[in-house]
Design a binder for this molecule. Sequence first.
Ligand code: ATP
Ligand code: MG
Length: 557
Amino acid sequence: MVGLENKTASSNNFIKNIVIEDLAAGRVTEVVTRFPPEPNGYLHIGHAKSICLNFELADEFKGRTNLRFDDTNPVKEDVEYVESIKQDVKWLGFDWDGLFFASDYFGEMYDRALLLIRKGLAYVDDQTADQIRETRGTLTEPGTNSPYRDRSAEENLELFERMKNGEFAGGEKVLRAKIDMSSPNVNMRDPVIYRIVHAHHHNTGDAWKIYPMYAFAHPLEDAIEGVTHSICTLEFEDQRPFYDWVVEQCEMEAKPRQYEFNRLNITNTVMSKRKLKALVDEKVVDGWDDPRMPTISGLRRKGYTPEAIRAFCREIGVAKSYGVVDERMLEHFIREDLKLKALRTMAVLRPLKVVITNYPEGQVEWLDAENNPENEEMGVRQIPFSREIYIEQDDFMETPPPKYFRLFPGNEVRLKHAYFIKCEEVVKNEAGEVVELRCTYDPETKSGTGFTGRKVKGTIHWVEASQAVPTEFRLFEPLINDEDENEDSSFLERINPNSLETLQGFVEPGMKEAAAQDKFQFFRHGYFNVDPKLSEPGRPVFNRIVSLKSSFEVSKA
Ligand code: ATP
Ligand code: MG
């Protein structure tokens, strides 16, 4: 059996188990899936779940996956979105077999609609959208038949053709499937399958004045492409009977089946294209790829890797139950991915000048610094040390609380990779703010020499001042605190004013030429990425991907 060798049931992906059963039972001989975005925005991390699911499932069983743009709504769609979606799918590490547009099939969809009309299974309705809604009934009451429901096939064919020719205004007429106005499933009460839209389409231009509705178009697209497992999110569950009806009544040769899974929600994360678009349009963020956005392009610019996103998607699994994933789980996976790969260097985000008064003026020495203590293969670099360095403002307190082990007057700390220094004097400006520390160092305590004379409790990081590279650091918080996907109205009023903090500090000289998208671990600060848009040659700008610690543990169950 194709691709079925050594496959065992998955504990966290029920769709994979369905595929195994379908292959074993011979219902399908090749697994064909598709990822069907509507090109009306950039992809987000929720889409990544669907992308990983569709592509990995087909890959695993040696099947095929198509990338298909569901471009049946000419008003909201744009080529900019098509290009960004292709780029994002590729960046995630997937290669589609076929690249299609739903609009490629408009001709065939139209023919299938004609077939329905001829079979007496579709009719042109002159009612307004409001009337159609009002006569649809409710969950407890049946709907009522349209007065136009019993038009003859001939009349319907003629009217539908005139709709196609642009003889009617938008909304004047629709084509409806003729099923059952008293069906317990509201979706089966003569759903609209074609509407009139006078708008330019990004792919078909002005060729069409009528456009198929998503619920009608989607099963046809799947059947035309020979998709075997059409995977969508749970809100389409009630559409499944209509999906099957379309495949059956339109006499499609292939019989795709629809399966629904739970969409990804993440704490404190806006996850709807409509809301994300509002953030872009209202200029709350500086574009779809703003590092605060949960878009694939935003995560990429923030510094996420495809490996981390794919590992995250595998871990969350595929189920039918509603749930919200802790944002710290995504962070866990980028830490895991970068732990052994990222160069560990020192950066000072909020600088405080330190003068080492007993260090010879004009002298610079080069000290050995391990590039990654957890990965010896990454080797050692040299960093300069001299009389003037920068340390973190936070690493000094004039009157420290108990158990403060960093610098304070009279206290000694270890400088990472260098010497012990002792704070002798505090220099303040007229406003009384600390602007400089004067310290002494002990040459005996040089790192790597095995000094054991005495111990200090604090180790702090630093950057040598004369060669330090001035840089900007960008730290992020959620765009919206307590984001609740069901809370709509006040969403733009709940913007977190502190979602972006910009700091001017310094990095080691060796990082001057860091290239866009290079990733580092800054000692004690976390993982950072070189911003591809804001950095200039010799002056990198760093986005913080994630801090170092988290209380979050991925369960090993
Ligand atoms: P949104 O509601 O964010 O606009 P959408 O579902 O309208 O998303 P589409 O472009 O239609 O966006 O989606 C393409 C595919 O991605 C669909 O199969 C959809 O089910 C899936 N998808 C979208 N959002 C999520 C999510 N949060 N979790 C999992 N899959 C998702
Ligand atoms: Mg959509």
